[in-house]
Ligand binder design. Structure first.
Ligand code: SAH
Ligand code: DHB
Ligand code: MG
Length: 221
């Protein structure tokens, strides 16, 4: 569900605020050609992720849910010279497309795409002491969002920033009787947040070419 006015406003801000970006255009083309679903963050949302990474001065970023690497590129471009981004993806085909897109963006030295269910690759990251991470972007399977929140606390530090995509789901997040496992996953994550004094959070509802949804933004205190 979207609205012509929301799409027109997205197009307007894209044209005025973003400027040409052949690398991201290629990323979208290659992802579509490979048959990946068209569910990456929108261009102005990608800019939001980029700005949050810049504003927070993140040096180490952890993303869960890579798809074709669109958000990965937006985030990795914000890293300083010695910065690192690890992105976790369950689907080897998505990961392969993402690696190629990241390489075309000239970001291979900063980005590592790890294949596997995130709940299996996260413990390995901890064993390898790859953290702590300064910024997290959760954008994978919503039913595991509560579990991912636990990993954010394990792999983060005071001052780490957390962004979570798709927390509004056309308003369904406020429906306590929803039987959609994704909605339930988001609601469980919000319940955990409410009980977690180490995290200070807010959420912003968004409309645009991706319809009605929203981001959660939090900071480890
Ligand atoms: N962040 C991307 C979009 C991610 S779409 C962007 O905005 O450009 C969600 C991705 O999460 C899909 O590629 C899906 O395969 C992946 N995913 C789903 N379940 C997962 C899991 N358990 N572990 C890791 N990745 C998962
Ligand atoms: C879907 C997943 C996303 O991460 C998103 O931003 C939009 C839609 C989906 O699975 O439909
Ligand atoms: Mg998403």
């Amino acid at each position: 569900m979207t609205d012509p006015a929301w799409e027109a406003v997205d197009a307007y801000f894209e044209s005025k605020l973003l400027g040409p970006d052949p690398v991201l255009d290629d990323c979208l083309r290659a992802s579509a050609a490979a048959g990946l679903p068209n569910i990456q963050v929108s261009p102005i949302q990608g800019r939001l992720l980029h700005l949050v990474a810049k504003l927070s001065g993140a040096r180490r970023i952890l993303e869960i849910g890579t798809l074709g690497g669109y958000s990965t590129i937006c985030l990795a471009r914000a890293l300083p010279e010695n910065g690192q981004l690890v992105t976790l993806e369950i689907d080897p085909r998505h990961a392969e497309v993402a690696r190629a897109n990241v390489a075309r963006a000239g970001l291979s030295a900063k980005v590592e795409v790890r294949v596997g269910p995130a709940l299996e690759t996260l413990p390995k990251l901890e064993e390898e002491k790859r953290g702590p991470f300064d910024l997290f972007f959760l954008d994978a399977d919503r039913p595991n969002n509560r579990a991912y929140l636990g990993w954010v606390l394990r792999l983060g530090h005071p001052g780490s920033v957390l962004m979570v995509d798709n927390v509004v789901r056309r308003g369904e997040v406020a429906n306590s009787t929803s039987t959609d496992p994704s909605v339930q996953g988001v609601r469980e994550m919000i319940e955990s947040l409410a009980a977690e004094r180490r995290l200070k959070a807010t959420a912003i509802q968004t409309v645009g070419k991706k319809g009605y949804d929203g981001f959660l933004i939090a900071r480890i205190e």
